[in-house]
Every structure is written in structure tokens, then in C-alpha cells.
Design a protein around this ligand. Structure first.
Ligand SMILES: CC(=O)SCCNC(=O)CCNC(=O)[C@H](O)C(C)(C)COP(=O)(O)OP(=O)(O)OC[C@H]1O[C@@H](n2cnc3c(N)ncnc32)[C@H](O)[C@@H]1OP(=O)(O)O
Length: 534
């Protein structure tokens, strides 16, 4: 935790579209006319010690106290890949048909005549590596193989046999409010929802003129529970970022967070009952876009009488929503923040979500999405999350954290989680898989693939041109899902299409895409500076 005396000096460039005037040192502890002091109250700084000490990569450290370095970037010195200028609207491509894969526990079977199958490993379990290396390697028999024991698969088989009720996603969180939209809602790709709910939570106080509201948009699988509050005291997913004196200061702002359309934490999604059939929507739910999610949120704002947001803030999918809100309703968004997002998903990120969906759909219990009264596709969901986790963190972090260590170096190598990185992924998959509706994962991850900020506008540039309010764009060098070059594209596009006030930060955190969830010091301070800078 940082002491109250700790400080962060972040340098940024603010450049107008045609002017080269710059305003450096936006956030610093030194008071100048172009300076805003940016401090997070110590109550917000709950970053575990591990997260600070693990930053050992070479780089420009801005201050001794801070674990992350924020680099000064000049647009003109950065080669920037170009975005296509037209809005390439991707057509809906709902996955067709069911894979026929059956998941059977494999057993080794020796094919060759005379082969010895299921031979127990001859080496004593606790034999040291040195002893193994020094062993006289003259074989004592013609064949000695692997002991075909797969405890992780046996556990999975037991779970399948037991079945069990579908987890109740809407019980995972409680204490949210619900906006009920009573009339049919037309979606971008042609679907219509007869009605919908949006779950939301709020923190701070809405002022009399309703001018201090900040809409916080979530990533793929988050609920509206960004912060603990009286009706739900569990820590939220941005717990340390929101509160008095924090990055989003609830002494100043009224913060709202919604659960997106298509999700499973109180908003209408595939696990909800379709009022026209009395059955769960499941995979009859219409294909969604990020724009549909944001349009639903603006119905909630209308309902609350909030004409103009002080700011729209989001990371990842939330950053896509944040940019979309600003493009759809520029007159209703005062400031925009986009962290680790993009103007459109790039092929590698689509590929990573594709394999998550395929592995989920390959679980026979997924059953075409009709598992709500059957057996939950636990294994498919778990492995999908493991793949997702690979895209959320980074190789450098894992190198530092796990290296090549095995969970139990004295045990024989095996095909169940063995290396620490494997047990980590296994744990992350297990932690998450019962907390989220598999069909929501399909729909929302597809919406991310389909995302194109230019959708519905004349061109991508036309969409960017509408985002004329002060903008903060933040990227992370180790992010493979939403690479830093995409953040630079967003910042550059904003600037070249006429935005007079764009701030871009590049962080060299090793936490990859998840940096926005972990690094309150750097991400939080950048957000606070942007929100509070006049
Ligand atoms: C794509 C989008 O739109 S949004 C982004 C998607 N990202 C997410 O959803 C991220 C979800 N992850 C989280 O929420 C995490 O808790 C974070 C990011 C907030 C915090 O991350 P960290 O503090 O680094 O936690 P970490 O990833 O190390 O996980 C800790 C857990 O792993 C366990 N663990 C750590 N190493 C190992 C290991 N080698 N083997 C087994 N388990 C391990 C810990 O015991 C701990 O378990 P617990 O949670 O049951 O107590």
C-alpha cells in the first residue's frame, strides 16, 4: 500500500486536432498552471504487495513508489497501423449445428502384440532427480510405459455421472436494482426482444441537476457489482477504484454500473424466461451487438432522468461500450474513458474467443444450449475459461510467478495439471465455470467479435468524428487480447477526426489485459486525473 505521501507523476500529451500545442505533466504533485494534483486516498490503494514487487522489467520508472511505469508517448514518433476507413459491418454468423464430439475418458491400450499395457511406473515416486539421472539406463525389460491414471478426468467423469441442478446465476449477486423495459426492443442484427431487464447498482449521490453521473461499463463476464454497497457488502470487481477519494470519487460523482444485456446477473439474457414461450431463451436468444447493449443502457438513463453523463468509463468490452456510448450520443456524454478496448476486434482476439466457444459447445452437456433442465456443461465451461485466462494475463507475468515449477516436483509427470501454470489455469477454470451462464459467454463473446465502432455510421471515421468530448485512452504493452497498438489506433483516430482533447497512456504492466482489474495505482490515477481535470 502506498503511503499518503506517495505520488505519481504521469506525463501525457494533450494535442488538439490541428494545433501542436501541448500540455505536459497533466498529473504531478508539483503545482503549476497546467497541473492537476492526482492522489488516490490510501483507502483505495489495496494492491497486494506481490503486485508491486513483481515489476522488475527494465523500463522508465516514473516514481520510486509506483509499481507501474506510465510512459510518455508522442503520437508523431509512434508508427501506427492504419484502420480501414470504411465501416466493415460484419454479418451475423451464429454457429450452426452441434459438434458430435463425445467426451470419453481415455485409457491407454497397447496395440502391438506382446505390448505391456498399464505398466506401473517402475521408478519409486520419491526418487530424486539426481538418482534418476545417474541410474544405469540399461533396460530391465522390453517395455515399460506410463501408468494410465488420470485423476483429473476421473473427477470430471464423477461430476458428469452425478449431474446436478443448474447453478442459479442470479443468486450469485443480489442487491441490484432492475430497470424493466416493457416494450419490444429491436436489435441490430434483426432480432427482437419482447421486453428486457437491466440490473444496475449505484454509488454516491446524484446531484440536483443530475449532471454528476458516471456510467461504468463492464467487461465480458462481470456483474453490476463493481463496488460493495449496503445491499451487497461483498467486494465488487472495481472495489478499490470506486469510493470517497478514489479513482472514481463518490464524494463528487454518482456512479452507475449495469449488467449488460445478454448476461446472467439480473439483466435479460439466454438463461431468462422468454415471456412469449414460457421457456428459457437459451440459444433462441437473438444475436447481440455492443451497440444493442449500450442502447439498452440509455433507456435506463432516460428512465432515471439523466440527460447527460458526466462521463462514460469502461475497460475491455466496457471500453467498447464506452466508445459506443460516446459515438451514439455525443451530446449526452461529457467525457469518455476507454481502457484496453478497441474500435473493432482483431483476428487473433476473435480466434481466442472462437476456441473458447468451440470447446464449450463440444461438451455434450451443452446440448445445443438446452442444458437449463439438464446437466450443466461444467467441463466445457471450465476449459473455455482456462483458454480465456491465457488471453487475460501474460507470459512475462507467468514466467515471473510460476516459471517452470511443477506443483509436486517429486511426483511422476502426468497429463493432469502438473506445472504450476497448469494448476493455476485449472483453478481459474474451476473458480469461474459455475458462476456464469455458458450461453451468455457465447452471446457476449460473439458481440465482442462483431464489434465495429463504425457499425450503423457512414464510416468508422464518421463514428470517431462524433466522439468530440475529452477522451482518455489507456493501453497495456503486455495485453495480447486488446494489444497496445489498438489503443494507439483509437487515440490517433480520435485526434485525426477532430477531437481536441485526447490523452493517451501506455502502461508497461506485466498483467496483460487484466491490468485494469489489478493496478489501481496506475490505471486508477490516470482515470482520476481525466475525470477531475477541468
Ligand atoms: C475479456 C473481458 O471482457 S474482461 C477481463 C476478463 N478477466 C477476468 O474476468 C479476470 C478474472 N480474474 C479476477 O477477477 C482476479 O481475481 C483478479 C484479476 C481480480 C485478481 O487477480 P490476482 O490477484 O492476480 O489473482 P490470481 O489470478 O492470482 O488468482 C488467485 C487465485 O489463484 C490461486 N492460485 C494462484 N496460483 C496458483 C497455482 N499455481 N495453482 C493453483 N491455484 C493458484 C490462488 O490460490 C487464488 O485462489 P482463490 O481465488 O481461490 O483464493
Amino acid at each position: 500500500m502506498l503511503s499518503s505521501a506517495s505520488k505519481l507523476t504521469i506525463r501525457a500529451i494533450l494535442r488538439g486536432g490541428t494545433t501542436s500545442a501541448r500540455c505536459a505533466a497533466v498529473f504531478t504533485t508539483t503545482t503549476t498552471t497546467t497541473t492537476t494534483t492526482t492522489r488516490l486516498s490510501s483507502a483505495c490503494l489495496t494492491l497486494p504487495a506481490m503486485h508491486k514487487s513483481s515489476f522488475t522489467r527494465a523500463g522508465t520508472r516514473i516514481s520510486a513508489e509506483d509499481s507501474l511505469r506510465i510512459k510518455h508517448l508522442e503520437y508523431r514518433n509512434q508508427p501506427t497501423p492504419t484502420l480501414p476507413s470504411g465501416a466493415a459491418t460484419t454479418s451475423s454468423s451464429q454457429a450452426q449445428g452441434l459438434p458430435t464430439t463425445t467426451a470419453a475418458t481415455t485409457t491407454a491400450a497397447g496395440a502391438a502384440a506382446g505390448a505391456v499395457c498399464h505398466t506401473p511406473i517402475a521408478f519409486p515416486k520419491n526418487e530424486s532427480q539426481a538418482a534418476r539421472t545417474n541410474r544405469d539406463d540399461a533396460p530391465t525389460s522390453n517395455f515399460k510405459g506410463f501408468s494410465a491414471s488420470f485423476p483429473c478426468m476421473e473427477k470430471e467423469a464423477e461430476r458428469r455421472a452425478a449431474g446436478g441442478p443448474e447453478p442459479m446465476y442470479d443468486r450469485v449477486v443480489s442487491g441490484y436494482e432492475v430497470y424493466h423495459h416493457k416494450t419490444p426492443f429491436q436489435l441490430y442484427h434483426g432480432g427482437v426482444l419482447p421486453e428486457f431487464n437491466i440490473a444496475y447498482e449505484t454509488w454516491g449521490t446524484l446531484n440536483a441537476s443530475k449532471s454528476n453521473a458516471i456510467l461504468l461499463h463492464t467487461g465480458l463476464s462481470a456483474s453490476s457489482h463493481a463496488k460493495s454497497q449496503a445491499k451487497n457488502t461483498n467486494p465488487g470487481w472495481w472495489e478499490a477504484f470506486i469510493g470517497p477519494g478514489c479513482a472514481i470519487d463518490t464524494n463528487k460523482f454518482f456512479v452507475m454500473c449495469t449488467n449488460v444485456l445478454g448476461s446472467c446477473y439480473g439483466s435479460t439474457g439466454p438463461s431468462c424466461i422468454n415471456p412469449t414461450t414460457g421457456e428459457a431463451y437459451a440459444t433462441h436468444f437473438p444475436i447481440l451487438t455492443v451497440q444493442d447493449m449500450v442502447r439498452a443502457q440509455f433507456h435506463l438513463l432516460d428512465h432515471m432522468g439523466i440527460q447527460k453523463l458526466y462521463a462514460s468509463v469502461g475497460s475491455s468490452l466496457g471500453g467498447m461500450q464506452s466508445l459506443t456510448a460516446a459515438a451514439l450520443h455525443p451530446s449526452r456524454v461529457g467525457k469518455v474513458v476507454s481502457i484496453s478496448a478497441a474500435a473493432m476486434s482483431h483476428p487473433l482476439s476473435i480466434a481466442m474467443r472462437h476456441v473458447q466457444r468451440r470447446v464449450l459447445m463440444a461438451d455434450p452437456h451443452w446440448n445445443g444450449g438446452q442444458y437449463y433442465k439438464g446437466i450443466f456443461p461444467h467441463f466445457g465451461m471450465k476449459v473455455a475459461r482456462e483458454i480465456g485466462t491465457i488471453s487475460y494475463r501474460s507470459g512475462p507475468e507467468w514466467e515471473e510467478r510460476f516459471g517452470r515449477q511443477r506443483a509436486n516436483p517429486e511426483s511422476s509427470p502426468n497429463f493432469c495439471p502438473d506445472f504450476l501454470i497448469e494448476t493455476y489455469l485449472d483453478h481459474q477454470g474451476e473458480l469461474f465455470c459455475l458462476k456464469y451462464d455458458p450461453n451468455s459467454l457465447l452471446y457476449i463473446s460473439k458481440a465482442m467479435d462483431l464489434f465495429d465502432l463504425g457499425q450503423g455510421f457512414e464510416s468508422l471515421d464518421a463514428a470517431f468524428h462524433r466522439i468530440d468530448m475529452p477522451a482518455l485512452v489507456l493501453g497495456v504493452e503486455s495485453d495480447i487480447l486488446f494489444p497496445e497498438w489498438q489503443q494507439r489506433q483509437v487515440a490517433n483516430k480520435l485526434r485525426t477526426t477532430g477531437n481536441q482533447s485526447v490523452v493517451y497512456y501506455q502502461l508497461d504492466s506485466i498483467y496483460g489485459h487484466d491490468t485494469f482489474l489489478i493496478d489501481v495505482n496506475s490505471v486508477g490515477k490516470a482515470v482520476k486525473g481525466h475525470l477531475e481535470n477541468e
